[in-house]
Ligand binder design. Sequence first.
Ligand SMILES: *Cc1c(COP(=O)(O)O)cnc(C)c1O
Length: 481
Amino acid sequence: MTLDLDLPRFRQLLTQACEHVLGLYDGLEARRITHASPPARIADRFAGPLPTSGRPPEEVLARDIPFIFEHSTLNISPRFFAYVMSGGTQVGILAELLGAALNVNSAKWHLASAGAEMERVVIRWLSEFIGYRADAGGALVSGGSEANLYCLRVARDVQAPESREEGCRTERPLSLYASAETHSCVMKSVEMLGIGSRYLRKIPVDSRFRVDVAKLEQQLLEDQRAGLRPFCIVGNAGTVNTGSVDDLDALADVAARQGLWFHVDGAYGAAAASVDLTRELFRGLQRADSIALDPHKWLQVPFEAGCALVRDWKSLRHAFGYDTPYLKARSDSAERWDWMGHTFQLSRSFRALKVWMQLQVYGSHALQSVIEGNVRLMQQLGEEISHARDFELMAPVPLSIACFRYVPAQGPALSDEALDLLNDRILEECERRGVFFLTGTKLSGRTALRACLVNHRTTEKETRGLLAHLRAIGEELVAAS
Ligand SMILES: *Cc1c(COP(=O)(O)O)cnc(C)c1O
């Protein structure tokens, strides 16, 4: 029995699916971003038993897809400012469809061929895009988290080659150094690699949320004296909280002096190293031994697309290459690029296609314009906030994240605790209304409204609209209390 439908019916279904896509993008600007349904209502809709006989695909498309579209958060909207989420592109939709149609496994050259070669080119282009080495090694992975894990695995292997066989020894533990603003995936990676969370030394930041390099060096020396084995420094090229960029050059100096691996988490920010407006912030990035970046963030590639870059292909091959008899190499294998020998995954989707198509169709200049435009819009918003009587900017805006809070201009002055409460309620109310969406964070213990822009669809109309919307909510909440 085959699961295939006949071609005329398949064509009909493709058309039906396309209509859904077109419907989603038709009038996108006006659509709600969040929905009003409680979790139980959505869970109920999907609560049925395991289907045994199945249903016609036409019916699934007609009855279920609209519900799914309505009950998904619309991060493709130009009014979406939460987390670090790009809008994706129409070209990305096509690439996902075409890649799925082919269903190749990008594990090995003779399984993917075009895809295997394409991924190598994509690695080179991404490396070049951010001003890193043309001969860098790398791999496309699920996202920034996995990219950081890969890079730290390679770092551990290079710096402590015996750890591969022996595991991490406890008598002279490996330790690594990163700012307190570092993404949680670095901690997850450290735990997964068996290094132990206490050996990730979280170094305080300065008033601009950049790692305090002197304190980092001091901690490092103390640890050496105490018998630890420092092996890696992690620099941030755009933190998720505020977009701060560590002094990468200074970190590279410390790493060089101490003979340590220098890894940079550029999942969000490294793409901004490609544009004139912000390039200077990233001085020293090219000295990294490895870099994590995320094409599914500022490069607008649809989820999932992360990228781990390392200085040297050999280090990846050393970490992930194994001889397995059933995947035996052929005599001409030197020319046939073996991806499974450079990554943890064996079976791999055709991720390269959507990154490649994105770069083919738009070119680096258009993507750089998006990045530069996003930074300009958010820096402008930051300016506006710092001059407003009823908002307070809580961190500088080096890239495209603004952290601020609403502080009523009228009435008695509120305590920090009361402002935390008020701003938490503004966030909740904003999500409930569904017109704009942003999330919050804590900065020095205080609640901040955090707006992050990595979306090619957003214009000044939306950034101004966001502030007016938050102000209106703030005023209403204060009036009602
Ligand atoms: C987003 C982000 C990550 C995690 O990346 P995912 O793609 O979500 O796995 C790690 N570090 C930074 C700085 C990020 O912005």
